[in-house]
Design a protein around this ligand. Structure first.
Ligand code: MEV
Length: 320
């Protein structure tokens, strides 16, 4: 038996970190994916991936990068397939650890692929399992990234209200990788400390972040790229205020803003990627300028499919 599923990475247009404290964020799934293939084998659970490979022993410890997959697999075997062995292979075209949602996409694709050899589960159930797995390594995850990866397209997301799909015109973004790795958990802890020490200022920033989300939703609705870019740049200044930017990321946004409409960190910050909006001819120039700074650059469009089951276990009408 074999089951293959893939899920897209994401960018956060607005609201990272503030979303952890209840503010609504706006995200897009992007056209880069992680694919997970699961085969049933005689016994044991083996994971093969670019992040490392491991045989999962009951009660044994697993490398943090593979722990969410191990969690999904051991839960699924316990629930559906007592004694079944699994070989799980992960392939990715999303750079890891740079704010593009590779770990969430991996959890979503793994939850669909692994459970797919045993049962037909709804997208909501796949999302629930993916988020539970992600929280085994990053307990504070808001769930925004896994929702974008599962459902695709552009979404608004809050921890209280969940997600809503948005109707948006196609949006092409420049993504520039600072080539500095970051830890999302560590960056969320830094913001937590900032909040404890500067409660009044943080509450004011949350209120402004919420207004900015409203501005960005209105701009997206009317296809106003200049207004969206302006909201993104203001969001960057707020991310700087809470301590998740650094000199290199700031320089990258300054360079992007010479030719673009707005730019900001995407994801946890402290390294990772920025996203920038540009118009036509400005886009190529912007990428050249950012490459001169030593960044890896590419353009990302919106992925509208979200979770995709590439090979289901000979069952029709797989996901609802
Ligand atoms: C990470 O992509 C986004 C954060 O807001 C954390 C989260 O929402 O779980 C920094």
């Amino acid at each position: 038996m074999k089951s293959t599923a893939s899920a897209p990475g994401k960018v956060i247009l607005l609201g990272e970190h503030f979303v952890v404290y209840g503010i609504e964020a706006v995200l897009c799934a992007i056209d880069r994916r992680i694919t997970v293939e699961t085969r049933t084998v005689g016994s044991g659970i083996t994971i093969l991936s670019g992040m490392g490979s491991a045989r999962i022993e009951p009660g044994g410890s697993t490398d943090a990068a593979l722990a969410p997959i191990a969690h999904i697999a051991t839960e699924a075997v316990g629930e559906f397939g007592h004694g079944t062995g699994l070989e799980i292979t992960v392939r990715s075209d999303i750079p890891p650890g740079v704010g593009l949602g590779s770990s969430s996409a991996c959890c979503v694709a793994a939850a669909a692929s692994i459970t797919g050899v045993f049962a037909e589960l709804s997208r909501d159930e796949i999302l629930r399992r993916a988020l539970e797995a992600e929280r085994t390594v990053f307990g504070g995850a808001s769930g925004a990234d896994t929702a974008a990866s599962t459902y695709g397209g552009a979404i608004r997301y809050s921890t209280a209200g969940g997600f809503d799909g948005l109707r948006v015109r196609d949006l092409e973004l420049v993504v520039a990788n600072s080539m500095q790795a970051h830890s999302t958990g560590e960056m969320v802890r830094i913001v937590g400390r900032f909040r404890e020490e500067n409660r009044e200022e943080f509450d004011g920033l949350c209120a402004r972040a919420s207004e900015l989300t409203g501005d960005a939703l209105a701009a997206l609705g009317r296809g106003d790229r200049a207004a969206l870019g302006g909201a993104m740049s203001e969001s960057q200044r707020m991310l700087e205020a809470i301590g998740v930017s650094n000199a290199r990321l700031r320089r990258m946004t300054e360079v992007a803003d010479r030719t673009g409409l707005g730019s900001k960190i995407t994801g946890a910050g402290g390294g990772g990627c920025i996203i920038a909006l540009a118009d036509g001819p400005g886009q190529r120039r912007m990428q050249e300028d950012l490459q001169e700074l030593g960044c890896e650059c590419f353009t990302a469009g919106i992925d509208h499919a979200g979770l995709r089951v590439e090979t289901a276990v000979s069952r029709g009408g797989y996901f609802i």
